[in-house]
Structures are given as C-alpha cells and as structure tokens.
Design a protein. Structure first.
Length: 228
C-alpha cells in the first residue's frame, strides 16, 4: 500500500502539468488558426482547474492505481472545444490542432529531462521526490503523446488520420468516433483482463505504444543526457 501511495504522490503533479499543456495547446493552435471557441470559454489557459475532469483526471487514475497495485494508470481531461468549421482551412487545420497536444507533451518531456540535473541544487530532503516527479513527467508525457496518436477518433491520432486520409476513407474513420471510447476501454481494460484469465497476453494498446514510447525516451536521453 505504501508503494501505491508513493506512486500516487509522484504522479499527481506530472499528470496535471501534462494534461494542462496538452489541452491548452489544442486551444491555442485552434485560436491561432481561426477558431476562438476555446478562447471565449477560457480554455486557452495554463490554469489546470480549467482542464481537470474530477472523475477522469483524479478519481479514475487513482482507482486504477489502487486496483492494479501501481501498474496501470489511465485518465482523461475535459476536451477543449474546437469548432473545426470555423478554422480557416478546416481539413488541413484540424490536423495541426490535433498534433498540438502530443507535441506539447513531447516538449514537456524534454523540458523535464533538462531540469533533472538541477535537482542536485535543491535541499537534500526534496531531491529524491523531485527527481521522481521529473522522471515520471518524462515517461508520462511520452506515453500520453504516443497514446493520443493512436489512429482512432476521438484521439488526436484519429483526427490526424481523418485529415490526411483520402476523403472517403477519412469519413469512414470519422464515423467510429461515437464508439472510440468503448473501443479504448476494451483495449485497455477488458482484453487484458480476459487475457489474464486465459493465461495469454491480450494487451493490444500496450503492444502498439510500448516500442514508440521507448524510442522517444531514448531520443530524449540522447538529446538531454536523461538517465545517464
């Protein structure tokens, strides 16, 4: 139980920063490209309170951590409202708006890696906890970026795919959006649970994101010296 409490304590701040920068980036780029919906609603902001969903951002991740003994976490923020029809070039600009969130997460991961050596200048009592927060930030932001780039609406990768695929294929993919969350829940929770009962590995989401996350972390390590 102590390990789980520690895991929660070093997850909260990185998670809040990750979702705040992710959602604010969507709103900022949408505003820049012509849609002021998020701007009017106050969602182009680095104030975490404007993006946190009480259940999806706080309660669900903690429950999953407790239920899994610290091995699983998943959550979501309030999506930034974007009226794609108000963008200057809707089909093209939708792609840039979608890419902004994962790009913000990669930027935050790189910043966290650069900040890690500065932990040595903090009071000794704060060094270990601060270092764990920054390491968690690197891993969490990379994971969030890759996960969100899965080509399934309503994830960012789904919107990118809809925008770059030929029109007919893009429209077919877009029709999956009402079922996207159910598909994700099945991939994240139901199939792994079934696989555990059957004694086989049924973790499609993990298989899709694990290698890209590791590649990005390795690239950040090469760039910043992270983990060396």
């Amino acid at each position: 139980m102590g390990d789980v409490v520690t895991a929660i304590s070093v997850l909260i701040l990185p998670a809040i920063f990750a979702i705040t920068f992710h959602e604010a980036a969507h709103g900022y780029v949408a505003h820049w490209l012509g849609d002021d919906t998020a701007w009017i609603q106050g969602r182009v902001s680095l104030n975490p309170a404007r993006h946190i969903d009480p259940f999806g951002t706080i309660i669900m991740p903690i429950l999953l951590l407790l239920a899994s003994g610290g091995s699983m976490v998943f959550g979501y923020a309030k999506p930034v409202p974007v009226n794609f029809g108000r963008l200057r070039h809707p089909r093209r600009d939708m792609v840039w708006v979608a890419l902004a969130g994962p790009a913000a997460n990669i930027g935050l991961a790189i910043l966290s890696a650069f900040l890690l050596p500065l932990v040595a200048y903090l009071p000794e009592a704060a060094q270990a906890w601060s270092a764990r927060n920054l390491v968690t930030s690197v891993v969490l932001n990379c994971g969030l970026a890759v996960f969100n780039m899965l080509p399934l609406p309503p994830l960012d990768g789904g919107r990118v795919a809809v925008g770059i695929l030929p029109m007919r294929l893009g429209l077919r993919l877009a029709r999956l959006e009402p079922y996207g969350i159910m598909i994700l829940i099945a991939g994240l929770l139901l199939l792994p649970a079934l696989g555990s009962k059957l004694g086989i590995d049924l973790d499609p989401v993990g298989m899709l994101i694990r290698a890209p996350v590791n590649w990005i972390i390795e690239a950040i390590a090469w760039l910043t010296g992270f983990g060396q």
